[in-house]
Structures are given as structure tokens and as C-alpha cells.
Design a protein around this ligand. Sequence first.
Ligand SMILES: [Fe+2]
Ligand SMILES: [Fe+2]
Length: 348
Amino acid sequence: MEKKELDLVAKVAEIFEKNEEFILDKWIGLIKSENIISNESELDYYLTGFKKLIKDFSFYLKIGDFEGYYRGNSELAREIAYNDISYPKFVEAFHLFEDSYSELLTRNIVHCDLLKCMGVIDKIHHTTISRVSQAYFEINDVTVFALAKLAELRDPETGYHLERTREYSVILAKELGCAEDFIANIYKVGPLHDIGKVGIPDRVLLKPAALTDEEYAEMKKHPAIGANVILSIIADHHLSRGYLLMAKDIIMHHHEKYDGTGYPCGLKGEEIPLSARIFAVVDAYDAIISKRPYKPALPHEEALRRIKKDSGTHFDPLVVEAFFRIHETLHKTYEKYKEDFKFGVQVK
Ligand SMILES: [Fe+2]
Ligand SMILES: [Fe+2]
């Protein structure tokens, strides 16, 4: 930012400092008249957040400390996003906030600088709004993960299986050169892979011995049970892109095999979505090296041996190649979680 712009920001910071109460009063009047808030506690959240925003703006931007200011924005983000205030409402309220001081700027900034000043402030606000939207995304991620954890309660795959597999999948997807969106999505929805197990009867799901053919057939329904839930959401909301589509792919196809002998659809090779091909490998890797009610934990080297043996039949050979390039990082991830999980009891 050039010197002139920095001076203008410092000037606005001063105006905010001197007129904090005036700005807040005017802003409250505006959001009330526009029916942005539905109750008094919502108003409190906004007030706490925006008071902090004005204070930080005056304090940090008077001295040009932009990072300090943006760090403070996370407080606003938390106040707003974590208190069930809808994102569109927040954006509306934020624009009214801009209206609540625009007159002060017109009065206190010389006319020839005004446009430049508005432009600079607009840029700063843009960053603030994206910080807040980030907080909304985080809540959404947490909610999706909570859903997966809830489904996992019925599953003998306890411990940090979901946390570990999603970390492995990100490492592997990066190694495969996947796009940023793809990586963010696999982190978010990978934990849902076995959500359909909620529809499997306990006598099958929790059986501590080998399953009969009939029970195994029952168990093999879990991908379709889970995917159908997601598919109905996709259909109801006419979605054609986004993380739910990847969720459907992983849930439905994580038991497909590269040679077409898997289930439920018997897809072959690249007919199997890449997210599911990645998840098949990391899910198997974690299952092999973890203790399960029906098997002991096996060494990392044994997992390597088995995955290599099944490359091209069960697993996509290219995914396996990438897996072998980063397997040590995956093993470290496994060890990191193992320390927190002792004797079947989560200690953290
Ligand atoms: Fe599964
Ligand atoms: Fe799994």
C-alpha cells in the first residue's frame, strides 16, 4: 500500500476512534430499521463484534499494522458465526455498518481524496468479510465431521480412524497433484465414508467373529445406504457441484476394486471416482495397522506388503505409487494419533 493510502487509513482510524459511539448508534438504528436482527441477544453478538472491529481498526490501522487488525477480525468472526447468525444477514449488517460512517468520512476527508479513501477501506473490509466467511466454513466442516463421528459410535472402528484417514487422504491427494478444492473436499467428506453403517443391524455390525455369506451381503449394503441419503439431498437441492458430490462418490464407491470385482457397483479402473480410489488405499492402510475387535494391529511394513500385492487388482496402481512415495509421512500421522489413544480409551 502506498504512503498516501496508508495516511488515509490512519485518518479513518482516527475518525473511528473519535466517533465510536456515534457510529455504533447510527448502525444499530439502521439494522433495526432493516429488520436484520430477530432478537436482543442477536443484537448483543453484533454489538460485541462490531465494537471490537471499530476499536481494532482505530488501534491497529492508526499505526498501519494490518495483520494485527485482521487477527482481531477473528474475534468478530467467532462472535458472529458461532452464534447462529446467518452469513447473508451478516453481510447485510456489514454494509449498513459502512453506511453508518460514510457521512463522517465525507465531512472529514478532503474531497479530492475521498474516492481513493473509500476504495482502500473497501479493500480492507473485503478481507474482513472473507475472514468471517472462513469461520462459517469451519463451522460447516465441524458439523459434517460431527455427523461422521455420530455414525462411528455404532462402529467397532473406534479411536481416531476418521481423523487419521482424512489426514492420510490429504497427504496422498497432494502427492497426486490434486487441485486445492479437491483436497479441501476430501478432508471434509472422507470421514463420512462409512456413514451408511448406521443402517446395518447390530448382530452383523458388531459381530466379533467372521460373517456368514448372508451377513456379509447385509454388510455390503452400507455404501448404498449412506450414499442414498446424500443423493436425496443432492436431488432435493439440484446440486451439480460441491463437496456433497464427492461425499456421495466416496461413500458409494470406497469398496470398489480397480479390477471391477468390488462392490456395490463393480466399477473398474478410472470409472471409480479418484476420491474413492484414494480413500480405498488409506482406509485399507489404517485398517491393517490398527487393532480391531476381530484382528490385532499389524506392522506398517505388513501394510506396505499387502497394498503392493493388491496394486492393480484392488487398488489403483498410480495411487499406490504415490502412496509408496509418502508412506513414511502417513506412518508418522498414525503414530501421532496412537499416542493419544491407549488401551482402547481416548485420553485426549
Ligand atoms: Fe466401508
Ligand atoms: Fe473406514
